[in-house]
Design a protein around this ligand. Structure first.
Ligand code: FES
Length: 291
């Protein structure tokens, strides 16, 4: 471990904590949510499409790679590409700007369900990236007007700001688990475990059972009994508090909908399937185990 480097990077490491404590960001978050909710809020068609269920992964990280990759490459060409690299650098700046719209949209979609500290971090992440995009835009205008040095310096400054935004985005994903499958590290038993008496389960009323330390939702629907991990793969909502409709469970937090039969996401913002368990009834007792 390099202690000198660690000390030098301390302000960066402490930045997220500082941002999380800024209450003033809540007002900005409230305005952003008010404007975006009618189109992107839970239950809207766009929220579902942009959630990433079709891809099996959130879409936002893929798009950020396009923008950041294009802009970073442009800045490299600016400084080591010589005269021959000028046209390519300008085009890369334009490609980054063109990809900014969809990137912002998917990011906003992922952010709209967040609360508290994560919500504040998301506002700061968006603010840094908006500032970086504006600087790249000014850089592009300067290039078109023949003010090359100014354009290069603006792009360099934009890269610094975008790196700060990327750091906060990384913190949200890796430290706070936003966009991560909340069932990823769930341990389910491979041997049969009793969860309820057959008579305890009422049609359409899920229960939550503790299966060797893991919460499992068990429900009877149209006579069949199903068991799914109770912690929603989206952001950890308690599925047993959700509604059962049309062979699915609807998460009470942001309306992700999972098929009871195989856990696949068929609606709402979750990009990930919900783990299911095998179910059997022995001697009037319902038992479950890892599928
Ligand atoms: S926690 Fe968001 S849909 Fe379940």
């Amino acid at each position: 471990m390099n202690q000198g480097l660690r000390d030098a990077l301390r302000p960066l490491r402490e930045l997220p904590k500082m941002i999380e404590s800024i209450e003033g960001l809540d007002a900005a978050a409230g305005t952003m949510k008010k404007l975006a909710s009618p189109k992107l809020g839970p239950g809207t068609a766009l929220n579902e499409t942009l959630g990433g269920a079709d891809l099996g992964h959130p879409i936002h990280p893929l798009l950020t790679d396009v923008a950041i990759g294009a802009w970073t490459s442009a800045v490299m060409l600016d400084f080591v590409g010589g005269k021959r690299g000028r046209k390519a650098a300008d085009r890369l700046i334009a490609i980054g700007l063109a990809s900014a719209g969809p990137t912002v949209l998917t990011g906003l979609n992922d952010w709209i369900t967040l609360q508290g500290a994560e919500q504040r971090l998301g506002v700061a992440h968006a603010g840094a990236n908006a500032a970086a995009t504006a600087l790249y835009g000014l850089s592009w205008v300067s290039r078109k007007r023949g003010r090359r040095l100014r354009g290069k310096l603006l792009a360099l400054a934009a890269t610094g700001v975008a790196s700060g935004g990327a750091y906060l985005g990384g913190h949200l994903a890796y430290k706070r688990g936003i966009g991560v499958d909340h069932t990823a590290f769930m341990a389910l038993p491979s041997e049969w475990v009793e969860v309820a008496g057959d008579g305890d389960l009422t049609e359409g009323s899920p229960i939550c059972a503790d299966v060797k330390g893991t919460k499992v939702m068990v429900v009877r629907d149209h006579g069949s009994v199903y068991a799914l991990a109770d912690v929603c793969s989206h952001e950890g909502g308690p599925l047993h508090e959700g509604k059962i409709e049309a062979g699915c469970v609807v998460c009470p937090w942001h309306a992700s909908k999972f098929k009871l039969s195989d856990g696949s996401p068929v609606g709402g913002p979750s990009a990930y399937p919900q783990p299911t368990l095998d179910v059997r009834t022995v001697g009037g007792k319902i038992q479950v185990r890892k599928t």
